[in-house]
Design a protein around this ligand. Structure first.
Ligand code: G6P
Length: 469
């Protein structure tokens, strides 16, 4: 029996993971989307529709940690075709500028349509009359239209967490029209960057011929048209959570312990990524490895901690990437290490937030070298955690975060010479300049935090709702 909610969030994953512990079968999951939406959900007392993260488990809606969770079951086949296939081997590489080659399979598309319908039905069943439904991310691009057909009374928002590619790339997609129509089922379609919203509007003009003006799209409906808004709402983090953690004496002590355990080098460099080909980990390792072999850096003075959290491990491209990275790390360490000195500490794990903040505090230089990234919340987490005013952020210009974090050292990760110079500039940066830049970065992250992000999006969505009623 479903309980109707006035506010429903729909995302591929529920914000929880299954544990093996019978007493506490669920644990809050880490990750950008969950971190971003948690405060919004709590304030709005809503329901969250999503996949519980395991194959074939049918679970009734339940309460967890004050949230109402509505699980959508995915079979092993659904996971293979809809999640690993169409979502992560077609859309993900296509939308990240074809860094890896997208695969187009009609059976994957069919599964994507089928599973998107299941999510739309679950959202429809759990939404009260006139409710607001907020759909998230590239796994669910068809849900807005499907939901509108089922429930013309609800107001629908969609937020796209990853890039929307330039038209010349998007046009490859054999189902390009259907995906645009799916998204245009929403009243407000949010993107990370102004450029993403522009790419989307252009694709709509070229493929569907609809009028688009300053973020308003005239979508044919019945005899007339309905206006859909497509604009940028750069996502952020709950900055105060990171600040509070960074001020905790036990976490500061842990940061000191990490530094000491690494041999108290002059400079600790840090990379924190899901193990994904979009993150530019290979480029980062190449630049760092060359700085060591050129003699511009020495393992006596510097070490790189690379956290690469396991991700999408059954998708071939990810398996191959892991092999390449681990080979490269092994080679660099083999060449550069001396007894008691390690060039790269490679950690193929994910860690709790407390440990991440300790790492952020311990690191002198944070390296974010993504080849393409919707936002990159790690960059913002690092900045928010530096309550001591220290630390230098090296940030790829191909991240959404680069639009806002202009006081970082900006890099084109494809330019290895430039990347090497940027790493050296970060290590050698005078304290005054470091502090000045970090102050400006911190101001920006504090001002545009996740509460402001959701507020901006939901205010626009509310405006649409009041116009309709
Ligand atoms: C990105 C996507 C999210 C996704 C996350 C983890 O941040 O935008 O939608 O949940 O990666 O990926 P996964 O495939 O494990 O859900």
């Amino acid at each position: 029996m479903s309980v109707a909610s006035d506010f429903v969030v729909v995302s591929n994953r529920l914000p929880v993971d299954r544990t093996d512990d019978e007493a506490e079968p669920w644990r809050r999951s880490p990750g950008g989307l969950v971190t971003a939406l948690d405060p919004v959900m709590r304030r709005n007392d809503g329901a969250w529709v999503g996949w519980p993260g395991q194959a074939g488990v049918e679970i009734e809606p339940f309460e967890f940690d004050g949230l109402r969770l509505v699980p959508v079951a995915l079979s092993a086949d659904d996971i293979q075709l809809y999640y690993e296939g169409f979502s992560n081997d077609t859309i993900w590489p296509l939308y990240h500028d074809v860094i890896a080659t997208p695969t187009y399979h009609r059976t994957w598309w069919d599964a994507y349509v089928r599973v998107n319908r299941r999510f739309a039905e679950a959202a429809s069943e759990n939404a009260a009359e006139g409710a607001t439904v907020w759909v998230h991310d590239y796994q669910l691009q068809l849900v807005p239209k499907m939901l509108r057909e089922l429930r013309p009374d609800v107001t629908i928002g969609y937020f796209h967490h990853i890039p929307f590619p330039a038209y010349g790339i998007y046009a490859q997609l054999p189902w390009r029209k259907q995906v645009l129509e799916g998204l245009l089922g929403a009243d407000v379609i949010g993107f990370q960057r102004v450029a993403d919203a522009g790419n989307f509007a252009r694709a709509v003009r070229r493929q569907l011929g609809y009028d688009t003006k300053a973020g308003s799209i005239a979508v044919p409906e019945g005899e007339g048209t309905r206006t859909a808004i497509a604009r940028a709402y750069p996502i952020s983090i709950d900055a105060s959570v990171y600040e509070d953690l960074a001020r905790r004496p036990d976490i500061q002590a842990r940061a000191a312990e990490i530094r000491a355990s690494l041999g108290s080098p002059q400079a600790i460099l840090l990379g924190v990524d899901r193990l994904d080909y979009t993150k530019g980990i290979r480029h980062r390792l190449k630049a760092y490895g060359e700085l060591l072999s050129d003699g511009r850096l020495s393992v006596h003075d510097v070490t790189l901690v690379q956290v690469a959290s396991p991700s999408r491990e059954r998708v071939q491209t990810y398996m191959q990437l892991r092999d390449e990275i681990e080979l490269t790390v092994g080679r660099i360490n083999g060449d550069a290490d001396e007894l008691g000195y390690t060039a790269i500490q490679y950690l193929h794990h994910s860690y709790p937030r407390e440990e991440m903040v300790a790492l952020y505090l311990a690191a002198d230089v944070m390296l974010v070298t993504a080849l393409r990234d919707g936002m990159n919340l790690v960059a913002k987490e690092y900045v928010a955690s530096r309550v001591d005013g220290g630390g230098v952020l090296v940030l790829s210009e191909f991240t959404g975060a680069a639009d806002e974090l202009t006081q970082a050292i900006s890099v084109n990760p494809h330019d290895i010479v430039g990347l090497k110079d940027a790493i050296m500039q970060a290590i050698d940066m005078p304290v005054k300049e470091r502090e000045r830049r970090m102050r400006a970065l911190r101001r920006r992250v504090r001002e545009n935090d996740v509460a402001r992000w959701s507020q901006r999006f939901l205010t626009d969505l509310d405006a649409v709702r009041s116009q309709r009623s």
